[in-house]
Design a binder for this molecule. Structure first.
Ligand code: WTA
Length: 641
């Protein structure tokens, strides 16, 4: 039963939704206030207790070794473990080998079901194969695959051997893949002959082949034959068929997991920042394992009977933490879907929920708003009674979308609006199933996480006022560094000295609920995808007709934000007619697609003769945005003219 109830005097007045009885009864965390307080009073005791729920090869000597000079947090130093051992072997050894680990639904309706034993077997065979290719602990492996079981198997095999995976979203372009590989210097690239979306083939191998030219570190390319099981790989350039490598190692038996300590990386995941160059966020095994294990367990109240469906792609952090590692560490049955939410029709996801009796559904605000546009008839045409919990991630969810999501799924399910980042690795501000909810608020910090809202100098701002979101204490799944760029890592901690600065702004209300507003830096979230304005601008200026460019985010009723580009053309490139102008705009959009990928294409392109700049020549996007949206321009004293 959900009940709106009267707020306590002196507290913010907003509708509070309480969990159904059944949720309360079964919740892992019954008393949030008490658990939170204990976790903050004794973080080492708290995280240490959780870590003992997982298996270690050698016990840690302390929970955290924090260096305030370099902002390095070494979690569970002295201990060794392996995340693939904890996600696979641990369950099989306890007799859960026949439990389903992965249900995969392909773009055109194909289906695969894989048990924990089968997943472990494939992972070990791949490890033997990777070992035979000469890969060793610490080597990087770039994974450019569609969301398929092979993507998960590849990640887990790397984790098992101590190889560092760098998954690149399969919607990225050749140039985007290349620049990520130039930075990571992988020895191996894993890709597929093709991917599929809306029934259309995506030529991944063609992109991968072009991107790998000139990257001398790459010795081999493993090709998953997703489209054609007889596809001829090019052995002369080091290509090998993924299935053949697995077949060759069929009878090799187990492959021992590498002991991974507090400093041993699990993966690099590239994400956008304020400069044109994406940053390689590095996560290490032990801390990331403990953080994703616990957040999955508590935020989704994982039980053995669950079928858990997360709509992300493992190409992003949500897929890393909450399709692959967190759920498998909790011995969950994970449903993974390739393709678009509204293809072949807008009922796709609802149909999957009915078919597989999904219990936990973790979606995104943009997907919810898209479903809202298609209308209630799609969810209402399906039996969604198996659902017991919903989730949202990636961008703020507006209260209308929140209410719609709740109403079409029966009007009683709690929604976990989870705020976190690639860098944090795990949920940071989030409800728990038994805590009260406010539509549009991520509610309160997860146990063990200390959040505050401060001004530029690090002073807390009064409740009700907006400020910057900071994390005041280290947390286990915190990123370790930015690959090959320790200065960029340090910047996160020095912007506001001694605290981790998230780049987000938010307001905390008088009842202690957090309301996330958005990024304050030059990062834009378009349909939940994280893009850097500088990245898109550098793609724009590489077009032969473009001299200068500036990109801003505009509020968008579907995607949260949309991209608008202001472009100054080169001399002599000005179109004469309307037709020429429209074809130039099209061409520029196409160019950005080629340079970065479809998700980065500007929605609007305005040709202009002037861009607001500081005297030192920096484009003032803030001013452009204010003018575009009719907002006050703020301080323009540094404007050049
Ligand atoms: C935004 C995605 C409001 C935020 C997991 C953050 C959110 C950025 C939420 C990180 C949420 C993520 N409410 N905003 N529940 N979740 N964000 O690295 O601006 O792709 O800084 O990680 O997404 O994006 P990233």
């Amino acid at each position: 039963m959900s009940t709106s109830h009267e707020p306590t005097p002196g507290m913010e007045k907003h509708p509070l939704f309480h969990p159904p009885e059944e949720t309360l009864r079964n919740a892992h965390v019954q008393d949030y206030v008490k658990v939170y307080q204990e976790s903050i009073d004794d973080p080492a005791g708290f995280w240490g207790r959780i870590a003992t729920e997982l298996e270690w090869f050698t016990p840690w000597t302390s929970v955290l070794d924090w260096d305030p000079q370099t902002y390095t947090g070494r979690w569970f130093p002295g201990g060794t473990t392996n995340i693939s051992h904890n996600a696979l072997d641990r369950h099989v050894a306890k007799g859960y080998g026949n439990k389903v680990a992965l249900i995969w639904s392909g773009d055109s309706g194909e289906e695969r079901v894989i048990t924990y034993s089968q997943l472990l077997d494939s992972v070990e065979r791949l490890c033997h194969g990777l070992h035979s290719l000469g890969l060793e602990k610490g080597d990087r492996v770039s994974i450019f695959l569609p969301p398929t079981p092979e993507q998960v198997i590849s990640m887990l095999a790397c984790a098992r051997m101590g190889l560092i995976h760098s998954v690149v979203f399969s919607g990225f372009s050749e140039a985007a893949l290349k620049s990520r590989m130039e930075d990571a210097q992988p020895k191996l690239l894993i890709t597929a002959d093709a991917g599929f979306r809306r029934g259309k083939e995506i030529p991944l191998l063609q992109t991968a082949r072009a991107a790998r030219t000139g990257i001398l570190s790459i010795r081999n390319t493993l090709v998953v034959r997703r489209k054609d099981p007889r596809f001829p790989v090019d052995a002369s350039s080091g290509e090998k068929a993924f299935d053949e490598l697995l077949e060759k190692n069929r009878k090799k038996g187990s492959f021992p997991p590498a002991p991974m300590g507090a400093d041993d990386p699990l993966f690099i995941l590239y994400t956008s920042g304020t400069t044109g160059k994406p940053k390689g966020i590095v996560h290490v095994q032990p801390g990331y394992m403990v953080g994703t294990y616990l957040t999955t367990r508590w935020v989704f109240d994982i039980r053995d009977s669950d079928v858990y469906f997360c709509v992300a792609d493992p190409g992003w952090i949500t897929g890393h933490s909450y399709i692959v590692y967190g759920p498998l560490l909790n011995r969950t049955t994970v449903l993974m879907a390739e393709g678009a939410p509204d293809w072949p029709d807008p009922g796709r996801w609802w149909k999957l929920i009915e078919k597989y009796r999904v219990t936990v559904f973790y979606s995104t605000p943009t997907a919810v708003r898209l479903q809202m546009r298609h209308g209630e008839k799609w969810p209402s045409g399906h039996d969604l009674s198996s659902l017991r919990l919903l989730g949202s991630v990636g961008e703020p969810i507006n209260p209308e979308a929140w209410m719609w999501f709740r109403n079409v799924t029966g009007g009683r399910l709690p929604i976990m609006d989870t705020w976190w980042q690639t860098e944090t690795g795990m949920h940071m501000i989030t409800p728990l199933p038994a805590t009260p909810l406010v539509p549009g608020s991520a509610t309160k910090p997860f146990p063990g996480v200390e959040v505050d809202i401060v001004d530029k100098n690090g002073n807390p701002v009064p409740d009700g006022e907006s400020g910057l979101v900071v994390i005041k204490k280290p947390w286990p799944a915190m990123f370790r560094t930015v690959f090959k760029d320790p200065d960029r890592y340090r910047q996160y901690w020095t912007e506001i000295p001694g605290m981790y600065f998230s780049g987000d702004s938010a307001r905390r209300d008088s009842s202690g609920f957090y309301h996330l507003i958005g990024r304050i830096d030059d990062v834009i979230k378009v349909a939940g995808h994280r893009l850097g304005t500088a990245e898109v601008e550098s793609a724009l200026v590489s077009h032969p007709a473009v001299a200068e460019a500036a990109v801003i985010g505009k509020p968008d009723s579907l995607k949260g934000e949309s991209l608008k580009a202001f472009v100054i053309l080169r001399q002599g490139k000005k179109p004469e007619t309307e037709e020429e102008l429209s074809s130039l705009r099209k061409d520029i959009r196409h160019h950005v697609r080629e340079e970065l990928g479809a998700i980065a294409q500007p929605d609007e392109i305005e040709i202009t003769d002037w861009l607001p700049k500081t005297r030192s020549g920096k484009i003032m996007r803030r001013v452009l945005r204010a003018r575009e949206l009719g907002l006050p321009e703020g301080d323009t004293s540094t404007l050049e003219d």
